[in-house]
Design a protein around this ligand. Structure first.
Ligand SMILES: [Mn+2]
Length: 311
C-alpha cells in the first residue's frame, strides 16, 4: 500500500495520542516539503513544530463543546520527501488516495509543508471522491500558470487545483493579494472568491451564506479545506513564508471554519494547514495557532458526527 511505503512515524505524535486502529476518529499526516518556497523557506520544520505545540494546548473546544482528548487521533507520521516537485506531488497523491478510502468518514488532517502539497492531497482524494470541492483560505489567489519557469510552485497552487477539480469547485476566502492577470483569469473562469473587505464590510454571516450557495450550485458533497496560514493577519501568524498585511483575525477565521465544518449541506473530508515557517515564527505564535486550528477542526468534525448519530 502507498501509505506504508512512504509514511514514517517519529516519536512525537500530534496530541501525544496513540489510539488503537479500531478507535480512530481523525488522522494526522505531516508533509515536510518546502522545495519551491520563493521568499522565506523553512516550512519543512512545520509538522514537527505543530506537533510540539499540540502537546501544550488544551483539547477542549468551546465551539464544539467536546474534549477531543476523549477521542482517537491517529498521527500516521510524515510522508518521506523527495526533491522533484512532480514526483513529490505524485507520491503525496498515492498516500492521500490510499488514506481516503481507508479512513473515509474520519477527518484527514495534513500538516504542510508549503502550499504545493495541496495539489497532491486533492489529486489523491479526488481519485476516490469525485464529488469533492476545494475551499481555500488564503491571502493569495495563487492563479498564475507559471512562476519562476515552473508550473508546480507554491504560487500556482490554485491554478493547478482548478485543473484537477474544475473551476466551479474551487472557492477562495480571505483573498487580498493578486496580480491583474490572476484577477482576469478568476473572472474569465468564474472562480468564486470572497475577498477580505467583503468579509469585513458584509460580515461573517454573509460570507458564510455565500459559501452555502456555492455548495448547492456546484453540487459539493465533500470538501477539502486548505488553510494557508497567511490568510491570518501577520499579527496573529507572523511565521509564514509570504506574509501579507490586512488579514483575518484568528477568532474570525475559527468561526468561519467552524461554520463550514458544521454545515449540514456538505461534509468536510479533509483539511490541510500549510505555509507555516518556524524559522520566521516569533515565540511559537504561528505553530500554536496551527495546532489550535487542527484541534478546532477535529472537534467540530467529531461533534457534528456525534450529533448526527444521536438523531
Ligand atoms: Mn498564500
Amino acid at each position: 500500500m502507498g501509505s506504508e511505503l512512504y509514511l514514517s512515524r517519529g516519536t512525537l505524535l500530534f496530541g501525544g495520542m496513540d489510539p488503537s486502529p479500531d478507535k480512530v476518529d481523525a488522522i494526522v499526516v505531516g508533509i515536510p516539503y518546502d522545495m519551491t518556497t520563493t521568499y522565506r523557506p523553512g516550512s519543512r520544520f512545520a509538522p514537527l513544530m505543530i506537533r510540539k505545540a499540540s502537546q501544550e494546548i488544551e483539547f477542549y473546544s468551546i465551539r464544539s463543546d467536546i474534549d477531543i482528548e476523549d477521542y482517537g487521533i491517529m498521527d500516521l507520521g510524515d510522508i518521506a520527501v523527495i526533491q522533484n516537485s512532480q514526483a513529490m506531488i505524485e507520491r503525496i497523491s498515492i498516500v492521500a488516495s490510499d488514506l481516503a478510502s481507508r479512513y473515509h468518514g474520519k477527518l484527514q488532517v495534513y500538516l504542510g509543508g508549503e502550499h504545493t502539497i495541496t495539489i497532491g492531497v486533492v489529486k489523491g482524494i479526488f481519485r476516490k471522491i469525485p464529488d469533492l470541492c476545494t475551499l481555500i483560505f488564503d491571502a493569495h489567489l495563487d492563479l498564475r500558470n507559471i512562476y519562476l519557469d515552473e508550473k508546480i510552485n507554491h504560487s500556482t497552487v490554485t491554478r493547478r487545483l482548478v485543473e484537477v477539480v474544475g473551476p466551479e469547485r474551487v472557492y477562495l476566502v480571505g483573498v487580498r493579494a493578486f496580480t491583474k492577470e490572476e484577477q482576469n483569469y478568476a473572472k474569465q473562469n468564474k472562480i468564486h472568491f470572497t475577498d477580505i473587505r467583503s468579509i469585513r464590510l458584509l460580515g461573517l454571516s454573509e460570507a458564510i451564506h455565500r459559501l452555502n450557495k456555492w455548495y448547492s450550485t456546484s453540487k459539493c458533497k465533500y470538501l477539502h479545506i486548505s488553510i494557508d496560514l497567511d490568510v491570518l493577519d501577520p499579527a496573529y501568524a507572523p511565521g509564514v513564508s509570504t506574509p501579507e498585511p490586512d488579514g483575518l483575525e484568528t477568532w474570525a477565521f475559527l468561526e468561519m471554519m467552524h461554520a463550514v465544518l458544521f454545515n449540514r449541506l456538505v461534509e468536510a473530508f479533509s483539511i490541510d494547514i500549510v505555509e507555516l515557517t518556524p524559522p520566521y515564527d516569533c515565540n511559537g505564535i504561528t505553530s500554536t495557532v496551527a495546532a489550535k486550528i487542527a484541534v478546532e477542526a477535529i472537534a467540530a468534525h467529531i461533534s457534528k458526527k456525534k450529533k448526527a448519530s444521536l438523531k
